[in-house]
Design a protein around this ligand. Structure first.
Ligand SMILES: [Fe+2]
Ligand SMILES: [Fe+2]
Length: 438
């Protein structure tokens, strides 16, 4: 039995036995915390959901802890501000994942930071003590988004917990040194346990433990990132933006982003499941339709934000393609169960519903390119009449010629947006495109 199962068992036992036994159950719990011999800090930090004035820092721990981040514009952290995990109501404690949202930052500004955690003894509601402290000796850096941050972005997608693929992609990202990375969905498969999510994002088995410690990540979930009970609460590992960073209407849209990276506006959308809410295998437990409509309202407003509307280049990201010219490809709107003999598969190859809602908005805004994923096969759909945006579909999870992985790089050179598709199997540039200012 692992430690967490034991604790769960002890807590359950405390409920089923008499009050006099509560104390002994609590003793079991606290002795486990105090006897913990592993280092408290279990991973390097991961920068999540970076924005102009805020960024998230997440890291794994090996025991009950209250984590924090020290942040400064000075490398020596002499005047560092301390941000503690949790909201303003109370500081949080967790025995596996610490999430700290750093707010009140300046746009396009470099910061230095360190992470630490207090080990907490929890003997009950009236018996909490700090029994230790650990700080990561390393000082890390991040730079906030903003129109003055001239840099590049990289996109990875459909990694599906294929470590060899992820290793090769991270090596490429290290060489390209982008200002941020968009993980464009299907990072997972079907994840039932929180520990699986910790392993995918924070405490993974690769050598490059600090892959996201100085390079911020943005996330557009894929259909697989909704599957399994752990993924239904992905925010326990991949944090949302703070409530005050969103309007009440957009309460559930914690990961959609609209940020400036120099001359480029980056807009992130979530196409959700690739099967209909009415498909009987889902038992009515998904609300993708409602979720997509909510994002349509958000997108309309996001595109009109001054910083987004004024950017010379607009790039949108979402997992499932918004366009497909192949008539045999299921468009994801075949009620009630996705099946129609005219299509080769009974799940969405592309998202016609999202394409109809978001495509015209992106067209009217002069979006140059939408970067998508999901098909496990790289392709490019050039703009055409009535659709000014081109669509790049990122590659697959296997180091094989038919579904080779890609790292898609975007940067501005001169007056043009350059999109370069790196083939991770061959190590060569697969494709390259230039787009004019809108
Ligand atoms: Fe996938
Ligand atoms: Fe997918």
């Amino acid at each position: 039995m692992d430690r967490r199962d034991f604790i769960k068992g002890a807590a359950a036992a405390a409920v089923t036995v008499g009050t006099s036994d509560l104390a002994s159950a609590a003793e079991h719990i606290s002795s486990l915390d105090e006897d913990e011999t592993k280092p408290l800090l279990a991973s390097a930090p991961m920068l999540q959901n970076f924005a102009e004035t805020s960024v998230g820092v997440a890291f794994a721990v090996n025991g009950l802890a209250n984590g924090y981040v020290l942040v400064s514009e000075r490398p020596d952290l002499d005047d560092a501000r301390k941000f503690v995990c949790g909201g303003c109501r109370m500081a949080d404690i967790d025995d596996r994942v610490i999430q700290v949202r750093i707010t009140g930052l300046k746009p396009a500004t470099k910061y230095w930071y360190r992470i630490g955690a207090d080990r907490i003894h929890y003997g009950g509601g009236y018996d909490m003590k700090v029994i230790g402290n650990e700080e990561d000796p390393r000082t890390y850096t991040f730079t906030t988004a903003g129109k003055d941050l001239k840099g590049s972005f990289c996109v990875i997608n459909d990694t599906h917990v294929r470590w060899n693929t992820i290793r090769a992609e991270l090596d490429k990202i290290e060489a390209l040194a982008p200002s941020c990375v968009i993980w464009n969905g299907d990072a997972s498969n079907t994840e039932e346990e929180l520990e699986n999510l910790v392993s995918i994002y924070l405490d993974h088995p690769l050598d490059r433990k600090d892959y996201a410690a100085c390079t911020p990540y943005l996330f557009c979930p894929g259909n697989h990132d909704f599957r399994g009970r752990a993924n239904r609460h992905l925010e326990r590992v991949w944090m949302y933006r703070q409530p005050e960073e969103r309007s009440p209407r957009d309460w559930d849209l914690g990961r959609n982003f609209a940020v400036r990276l120099g001359d480029i506006a980056l807009v992130g959308l979530d196409t959700a499941e690739d099967k209909l809410d009415t498909n009987p295998i889902f038992a009515g437990l998904f609300k993708s339709e409602e979720y997509r409509r909510a994002q349509t309202a958000w997108l309309k407003d996001a595109l009109q934000q001054k910083e987004i509307a004024s950017a010379p280049f607009l790039v949108a990201f979402c997992h499932i393609p918004l366009f497909d010219s192949d008539p045999t490809h299921n468009p994801g709107d075949v009620y009630p169960a996705d099946y129609d003999p005219q299509y080769t598969e009974d799940y969405a190859y592309w998202q016609r519903t999202c394409g109809r809602m978001w495509g015209p908005l992106l067209h009217d805004a002069g979006c140059q390119v939408v970067i998508t994923a999901h098909m496990h096969h790289y392709r490019y759909d050039a703009p055409e009449k009535g659709r000014c945006w081109g669509q790049v579909v990122g590659g697959g999870p296997h180091m094989k010629p038919e579904d080779y992985p890609t790292v898609i790089e975007g940067t501005v050179k001169g007056n043009k947006l350059h999109i370069t598709v790196h083939n991770i199997l061959t190590g060569k540039v697969q494709d390259a495109f230039e787009f004019k200012r809108r």
